[in-house]
Design a protein around this ligand. Structure first.
Ligand SMILES: [Ca+2]
Ligand SMILES: [Ca+2]
Ligand SMILES: [Ca+2]
Ligand SMILES: [Ca+2]
Length: 683
């Protein structure tokens, strides 16, 4: 299916219709439903609406499926149509990309992802109207899914420019302090000219300054633009059409120039004041204008808007974008903070267990954990785990798995350093206190952020895990490691989050290549040498187990090896509450780069008298064991207990009474795991 048409008349018509209705005008008293028993039992599936399924061709204006940065036509009706497909996978919660109306396009890129807000109170007409949105959520709830809405409070789309030369129009020029102006690309590197781009100028803590031929001219005016054809019009509602609702300090630069803050490259401490100021006050790269989230009116307006979205959509949680670009106080302030007020609103209108998790794109546990403190977000994406386990151990050869143990120690605390290095892990950096009106367990106990981290192996902001595997990796090895990664995701503590398409073996690289369109044949083809030349053929896989590929891989295929593996894992997780709710404890890790135990990392999950032990071998070549040859692994199970591998029922292991540092009443367990393998031991 190929489509490229841009009907500006149809688009304007749709936009004008949508502009008539805002969340304020939909529905009467909210009647909200409780759908969640315990968030730890949930398995999230992330859907990029534009790329998932196109169920309504009538909203396909400005669609270009040949352009990776364009709208492709997916919508909420498409998601409704595919709910059975998603249900078969065994996931339980849908996280959908933002629903608000966006600036249509900017610099040749379209807003198909939904992160370029233009109107906080209208729906994106590419996806549907309010009625369709609610229909989608109701259909999902009817099938037992919960629905999480993706929201952005840090910025809007590129709604205004800084008129640095005060000529009343946006310019892409260099302007020097000697009052000379030259076009971009023709600057003299030896001159002292400043780089100026009025849409997206570099950060200035004093605010973007204006310059005229006479010299400095005070703060540059922020001029809202009015291009209705691409919906680049002043953001709505009030006060987002006012310049004071924005910080107006230009784009964040500290990422590429850490010397701005006097830090080593990538070496600024997480709480460095200069770093935090740039990240929280600067515009997001691409000219996304940073909202003044300290302002009282702004805070109250956003709380009101997103409370209404809960009422209209009956959503069960929020995924909050760009956490680290917003002050901590914005989320956690007990008076006018976003999270406490949203929790209060949800609870008042009958929705318990409303869950908010945020995205701080950072591998530093101190920073990630800081957002979970006080009344802030319930949880964060576990980016530190992403880097340590999935990008680190999974792509490496299994050295020093104690680094994984350290990861968990930073989250939950440990009495000693698992790497033996003397680091202090006695103070966990993730909050272990539940929030007021926060999510609870089935028996009503408040859950805390250490238990609710959101685990992922890939998402829309990072390339697919398979993409980062070296060119020398065979297809079989890639699949084996993806399977291993998915197993880790399903067995470790926290909430697993799958990015759509992982069940189809997608391998896309960094944005936008990782935002594959589910229904396009090109994502299911491979290059094969046939009839004397290379040609594109549909991928196939072995569905009969005889080693020969026999089944052609079609869009939304449910029999391929990735889909069936995930289906198997979700079923195991649901059948064993110790995997979703159990306490987590590292039982084996290594500090060296060789030995019988090279590559082994193991942990135990314990709940209501049941124990599961997961053992991973990250070594590329050898069968490894949970023993260094002298001491095996200590487990809480008693001697004589026989475990069976839930992934390979022919393998069993029995707990013994000696040969490891087990405590009284506990036992020792020696497990061998094939190279790049995983065992899940249950009894
Ligand atoms: Ca459509
Ligand atoms: Ca200008
Ligand atoms: Ca900000
Ligand atoms: Ca076959």
């Amino acid at each position: 299916m190929k489509a490229k048409y841009f009907n500006i008349f149809a688009m304007l018509l749709l936009l004008s219709q949508m502009a008539c209705v805002t969340p304020k005008e939909v529905g009467g008293d909210p009647h909200l439903t409780n759908n969640v028993v315990d968030w730890r039992d949930e398995i999230i599936y992330q859907v990029l609406i534009d790329r998932f399924a196109d169920g309504d061709y009538s909203n396909n204006y400005n669609v270009d499926t040949e352009n990776d940065a364009g709208y492709h036509g997916g919508d909420w009706q498409g998601l409704i149509d595919k709910l059975d497909y998603i249900a078969e996978l065994g996931v339980t919660t849908l996280w959908i990309s933002p629903v608000v109306k966006n600036v249509e396009e900017d610099a040749g890129f379209a807003s198909y992802h939904g992160y370029w807000t233009q109107d906080f109170e209208a729906t994106n007409p590419h996806f549907g109207d309010f009625t369709m949105l609610r229909k989608m959520v109701d259909a999902a709830h009817a099938k037992g899914f919960k629905v999480v809405l993706d929201i952005v409070v840090n910025h809007v789309g590129q709604a205004f420019y800084y008129d640095i030369n005060k000529n009343g129009q946006p310019d892409d020029y260099f302007i020097g302090q000697g009052s000379q102006i030259g076009p971009i690309g023709q600057n003299d590197p030896a001159s002292e000219f400043l780089r100026i781009q009025e849409w997206d100028p570099d950060f200035n803590i004093d605010g973007i300054q204006a310059w005229t031929s006479l010299g400095p001219s005070g703060e540059a005016p922020a001029i809202f633009v009015n291009y209705p054809a691409i919906n680049r019009v002043p953001p709505q509602p009030y006060p987002f059409d006012q310049d004071w609702a924005y910080n107006r300090k230009g784009r964040v630069t500290v990422w590429t120039t850490p010397e701005v803050c006097g830090c080593e490259s990538w070496g600024c401490p997480w709480d460095n004041e200069c770093l935090r100021k740039q990240e929280t006050l600067g515009d997001f790269p691409g000219g996304l204008k940073d909202i003044n989230t300290k302002d009282k009116t702004v805070r109250e307006t956003l709380i009101g808007i997103f409370s209404r979205w809960i009422d209209i959509g009956d959503f069960d949680g929020f995924r909050i974008d760009t956490l680290k670009h917003v002050e901590h106080d914005y989320f956690s302030n007990p008076e006018n903070g976003f999270c406490p007020n949203i929790r209060k609103h949800a609870k008042e209108f009958g929705k318990d267990n409303f869950f908010m998790f945020g995205e701080a794109f950072d591998g530093n546990d101190n920073l990630l954990g800081s957002y979970t403190q006080g009344e802030g977000v319930d949880s964060v994406f576990y980016f530190s785990q992403y880097y340590t386990v999935f990008r680190g151990a999974m792509l490496g050869n299994g050295d020093r798995t104690c680094e994984i143990a350290r990861l968990h120690c930073r989250r939950k605390g440990c009495s000693s350093d698992p790497c033996g290095g003397g680091d202090d892990f006695t103070q966990p950096v993730y909050n272990n206190v539940g929030k007021t009106n926060g999510p609870t367990s089935e028996d009503g106990q408040l859950l805390n952020s250490q238990q609710l981290v959101v685990n992922f192996i890939e998402n829309h902001d990072v390339g697919r895990l398979a993409f980062f595997m070296g060119a020398g990796w065979s297809d079989d090895l890639r699949m084996q490691v993806i399977k291993q990664a998915l197993a880790y995701l399903m067995f470790t503590e926290g909430i697993p989050c799958l990015y759509y398409g992982v069940e189809q073996g997608f391998t896309g690289g960094n944005d936008p290549a990782n935002r594959e369109t589910m229904w396009l044949d090109r994502n299911y083809t491979t290059q094969e040498f046939k009839d004397g030349h290379y040609q594109s053929v549909m991928k196939s896989y072995d569905s009969t187990g005889d080693g020969m590929n026999d089944t052609v891989w079609q869009p939304y295929d449910t029999k391929n090896p990735y889909f069936t593996w995930i289906k198997q894992l979700t079923a195991i997780r649901k059948a064993h509450l110790e995997l979703s709710r159990g306490d987590f404890n590292t039982t084996y890790s290594t500090t060296g780069s060789s030995g019988k135990d090279h590559g082994i990392y193991a942990f135990e999950r314990t709940y209501a008298g049941k124990t599961a032990v997961a053992v991973f071998n990250f070594d590329m070549n050898q069968v490894s064991e949970t023993s260094d040859g002298t001491q095996s692994m200590a487990v809480t199970a008693t001697p004589g207990t026989t475990f069976t591998d839930a992934l390979d029922s022919s393998y069993t292991a029995t707990v013994t009474s000696g040969g490891c540092p087990a405590k009284a009443g506990q036992g020792c367990l020696n497990v061998s795991v094939p190279s790049r393998g995983v065992r899940l031991l249950l009894y």
